[in-house]
Design a protein around this ligand. Structure first.
Ligand SMILES: Nc1ncnc2c1ncn2[C@@H]1O[C@H](COP(=O)(O)OP(=O)(O)OP(=O)(O)O)[C@@H](O)[C@H]1O
Ligand SMILES: Nc1ncnc2c1ncn2[C@@H]1O[C@H](COP(=O)(O)OP(=O)(O)OP(=O)(O)O)[C@@H](O)[C@H]1O
Ligand SMILES: [Mg+2]
Ligand SMILES: [Mg+2]
Lengths: 227, 227
């Protein structure tokens, strides 16, 4: 369902060029749950932003459900991004002046869902991540792990077919981390496609497949080695 | 060296009052390294902000080196905060328009250290956390774990006597996390006092002492139980 072909990403800072991804070719099947691991700075978030249509490659192709993303217009791209993909950001990226429930409703708002349904569906997602008592807090009035959980609620509320989770448990205690993993597993059981960037090796080893990045390249892919 | 007596912290949001700390009494000795653990939302960061003189309790006393912090003037408070304490924030709190080296130099700048020495000491701290090749990047041009490491460099560059680390390894891979822990251990060996909030139970069990918070109260303190 997602296919990268010789994708490169070069950041430019003034005269300096930094290659964060140096030619990545990989495909993810529908319904697969993959862990993406690798050292800090190896290119995981950069790859996730390209897969989530939040950034474009410097060169190479990205085929999403067979369509070349580079050839899609802005409207079609944001339609795919808002409807089909749920993105859990490593830095949460919550809107500061909106409350937990208003942040969580955003994907539904873009899809034109009615107010009453938006509120009901958002409160369900908020309850699932254990944040019910904080639904009216703004992000500054939340703990680190509570902000992370609000970001998770917002990424799953519209039941997207693809969920891209960038470090979804980094700020959570073991028990809360397990609750979040149970939610992701349940979404996977429903046939959704999941990519999870994680530094938690225990979590990474439990998933169907494990891809290792290093210095902007794929160092290892557990699916390639026939078991 | 730090003593909390019946400290409460109540956040007020409009008409709603939320007690994040409900009467905490605890003391930390000089040279001790303590892990602070507990579920997401249990009050760990709130306690760390009070210990780091970044926030004041709603009631109760905080004695820092025997002095009642509530009675200190703003100048004396910021002097203690800038010279004696190094704070690693859970959300990093880097200044967006400053580069890695400029962010790291900040504590030395407040202490009036000369430019040449500031630069040299900052580059040493930056090299220690493995961020040398990124010293001129601004925070937006860094990965999540690189931002975390810049926040760590900034907290240790002025060799403070007390280091308060709020989740210092949440965004780091295992190897980089171990490098950071080695730095914290080395600082501890030099006689400094460390408090480390962490969700990593393996790390927490390695430290001299482990304090558990739950719902704004101390649920457990490993130092209290004679071994
Ligand atoms: N400014 C604020 N206004 C209202 N409530 C707040 C504010 N800051 C924190 N809280 C609440 O106080 C409680 C304690 O927050 P704190 O940040 O200390 O938790 P924590 O133990 O650090 O959690 P985490 O492990 O998720 O970082 C949380 O439930 C949070 O919602
Ligand atoms: N906007 C940018 N400009 C310049 N360099 C950047 C930019 N964003 C990221 N980088 C660099 O690209 C490299 C890859 O970054 P990326 O965020 O993908 O890493 P990561 O694998 O997610 O790391 P982490 O585990 O620390 O989150 C990093 O070394 C970083 O310094
Ligand atoms: Mg990242
Ligand atoms: Mg916290």
């Amino acid at each position: 369902v997602m296919q990268l072909e010789s994708v490169e990403k070069v950041y430019r800072m003034g005269e300096v060029f930094l290659a964060a991804l140096r030619g990545i070719s990989i495909s993810f099947e529908e319904g697969e749950m993959t862990a993406i691991i690798g050292p800090s700075g190896s290119g995981k978030s950069t790859a996730m932003h390209i897969l989530g249509c939040l950034d474009r490659p410097t060169s190479g192709q990205y085929l999403l459900e067979g369509k070349n993303v580079a050839k899609l217009g802005d409207d079609e791209l944001s339609d795919i991004r808002n409807r089909k993909i749920g993105f859990i950001f490593q830095a949460f990226n919550l809107i500061p002046h909106l409350t937990v429930v208003e942040n969580t409703e955003l994907p539904l708002f873009y899809m034109g869902v009615r107010r009453k349904d938006r509120h009901r569906m958002s409160m369900e997602a908020i309850e699932m991540v254990g944040l019910k008592e904080r639904w009216q807090h703004s992000p500054a009035e939340l703990s680190g792990g509570e902000r992370q959980r609000c970001a998770i609620a917002r990424a799953i509320v519209h039941e997207p077919r693809v969920i891209l989770a960038d470090e979804p448990t980094g700020n959570l205690d073991t028990k809360t981390g397990k609750d979040i993993l149970a939610i992701l597993n349940r979404l996977h059981d429903q046939g959704r496609t999941l990519l999870v960037v994680t530094h938690d090796n225990e979590l990474a080893n439990k998933l169907d497949r494990r891809v290792t990045l290093r210095d902007g390249q794929i160092e290892d892919d557990s699916r390639k080695v026939p078991v």
